[in-house]
Design a binder for this molecule. Structure first.
Ligand SMILES: NC(=O)c1ccc[n+]([C@@H]2O[C@H](COP(=O)([O-])OP(=O)(O)OC[C@H]3O[C@@H](n4cnc5c(N)ncnc54)[C@H](OP(=O)(O)O)[C@@H]3O)[C@@H](O)[C@H]2O)c1
Length: 260
């Protein structure tokens, strides 16, 4: 090997070592569902705050637009998603925070079968698959933080979007159950269940007009604050906190007659 080549090789190794030690010092977050909407805004904000990031979603062309982040194409409905997540964690240099934003949601007033089943696949099965892998990773490591965007839609069964509201209720309950299990096992895993109201993202695109629409950037700031202050459940914003508090108190005999 020529002297020039040996020098270039040594330079590469030193650069790698420096990158690795910087990554070790930085807090590391994995964001699933970072290609658009709230997940993307949270990823950008964490990056701005100095976190080392690994991001994932199906549309890698959008993930590539983010500079200095590791990325992976992950479809949470596929069996290989957990293996891909492990690869991403390794390339990011480990994981302190697992932030889960992937999800789909549609109104389905005529109860089309494909919409209901796809929603279940993504929001229930995909969610369980990915949150489970993060939980096992943190259980082995001894500590970590799992934060996920669920929704206020899990508060009650919503007629216009049955699978969406049912899967969101499932996500709320699942996080609560994992939190209890982690405590019982003496694992230092924190949980933050984030429940926004209507947010102006692609998920709500269409003809229907949604009231009290929130801005994704502002929602992301609220989310990062909730993570930093270790909140267990965060309903965003105060208007939706009030609304869901009222919803909860509506008895079933009245709820079933309300036209949404
Ligand atoms: N917008 C709202 O009003 C609202 C309110 C409450 C809760 N939420 C929740 O917030 C989360 C984010 O939604 P958003 O409003 O930001 O909508 P969005 O812009 O459509 O973002 C959805 C994200 O989920 C990812 N995703 C969807 N299916 C996936 C799959 N099979 N595998 C991997 N990633 C997948 C998308 O990436 P790819 O398409 O590139 O895979 C995208 O990054 C969802 O869980 C949603 O239910 C939204």
């Amino acid at each position: 090997m020529s002297k020039k080549r040996i020098f270039a090789f040594r330079h590469l190794i030193v650069k790698r070592k420096i990158t690795c030690s910087i990554r070790k010092m930085k807090k590391r977050a994995i964001v699933i569902g970072a290609s658009s909407g709230i997940g993307r805004e949270v990823a950008l904000l964490l990056k701005e705050k100095g976190w080392a990031l690994g991001v994932a979603a199906r549309r890698t062309e959008l993930l590539k637009e983010m500079s200095e982040v590791e990325f992976e194409q992950i479809d949470v409905t596929q069996d290989n998603a957990t293996e891909k997540l492990r690869n991403l964690i390794e390339r990011t240099g480990g994981m302190d925070l697992f932030f889960y934003a992937s999800g789909i949601g549609k109104q389905n007033r005529k109860l089309q079968e494909d919409i209901e089943l796809q929603t279940m696949q993504t929001n229930a099965l995909g969610f369980t698959r990915m949150i489970g892998e993060a939980y096992r990773y943190f259980a082995q490591r001894g500590e970590g933080h799992i934060a996920a965007i669920t929704s206020i839609a899990g508060t009650k069964g919503l007629g216009p979007a049955p699978a969406y509201s049912a899967t969101k209720a499932m996500q709320n309950t699942y996080l609560q159950a994992l939190e209890q299990q982690a405590n019982a096992r003496g694992l230092h895993i924190r949980f933050t269940d984030i429940r926004p109201g209507f947010v102006d993202t692609a998920l709500l695109s269409g003809d229907f007009h949604y009231p009290m629409m929130l801005k994704p950037k502002e929602v992301a700031q609220d989310i990062v604050r909730a993570i930093e202050t270790h909140q267990h459940v965060r309903v965003i914003d105060w208007r939706y906190r009030l609304l869901t508090a009222i919803w909860r108190r509506i008895p079933r005999c009245i709820w079933r007659r309300i036209k949404l």
